[in-house]
Design a protein around this ligand. Structure first.
Ligand SMILES: Nc1ncnc2c1ncn2[C@@H]1O[C@H](COP(=O)(O)OP(=O)(O)O)[C@@H](O)[C@H]1O
Ligand SMILES: [Mg+2]
Length: 217
């Protein structure tokens, strides 16, 4: 599967989720690569922090241009089970290219209405791709969700007349996600109680069908 994390809002949690999803798939024995279409503060930076801290890579992190995304990614899919694409917030070109390459797109967003409102431009791009029968599946993923937030299975969100389903598995606001970003660590390497990894594992199960979907706890 090729899954792209998109949201034109900075700080939405794209890189954090892309890295943790790739890490979880690698832990489950899947052959996965993380593609960074955001030269500035994307997944490559995380991978570099991991390398600096002498941690094993677990999966390849590769910088890609919009042109490479559109050009079919050197046939990487043939040798890997999954590709995860981290995208920038500032480049509509990169987002469109990621939509061309991906079969599933996830839009991470905080669950509050104003944050969801800021997804409208990205939802519009997704709607255009779906109208052109490009990205087959798209969903919002609630990230940094406060305790008490819940999502009914099958829930949908409408923003500016655009409608998208919401993943039932959400990612909570947790210190280990915040620590992961600068250290190159995966959350299971930080949070030994496994709560953050549980968030990621449930989401991976729901999106990739690796595990049965379980409502977020
Ligand atoms: N679930 C979370 N809990 C706590 N902090 C988070 C979570 N997700 C992201 N963050 C923090 O929010 C900031 C933005 O996240 P990042 O993944 O870099 O967003 P984006 O790639 O969309 O710009 C980072 O400082 C990151 O550590
Ligand atoms: Mg980022």
């Amino acid at each position: 599967m090729i899954v792209a994390l998109l949201n034109q809002t900075r700080g939405a949690g794209r890189t954090t989720l892309a890295v943790q999803i790739a890490g979880e798939l690698a832990l489950q024995g899947q052959r996965v690569a993380l593609l960074d279409a955001d030269g500035h503060s994307g997944a490559l930076e995380w991978a570099e922090a991991r390398r600096r801290n002498s941690l094993p890579a677990l999966f390849q992190t590769i910088g890609v241009s919009s042109r490479e995304l559109r050009g079919g990614l050197w046939g990487l899919q043939a040798t890997l089970d999954h590709l995860i694409i981290d995208t920038p917030s500032h480049s509509a070109d990169a987002l469109r290219s990621a939509l061309l390459a991906a079969d599933t797109v996830l839009l991470p967003t905080r669950p509050e209405r104003p944050a969801m409102g800021r997804c409208a431009a990205t939802m519009q791009l997704v709607a255009e791709a779906q109208a052109a029968e490009l990205a087959t599946t798209a969903a919002l993923v609630f990230t940094r969700a406060p305790i008490g937030t819940s999502v009914e299975p099958g829930a949908e969100v409408t923003v500016c007349g655009l409608r998208l389903p919401v993943a039932a598995s959400m990612v909570r606001e947790r210190m280990s996600f915040a620590l992961s970003r600068g250290t190159g660590l995966l959350v299971h390497e930080i949070d030994l109680a496994g709560q953050a990894e549980g968030d990621v594992r449930r989401l991976v199960g729901e999106v990739f069908g690796v595990l049965p979907a379980v409502a977020g706890g």
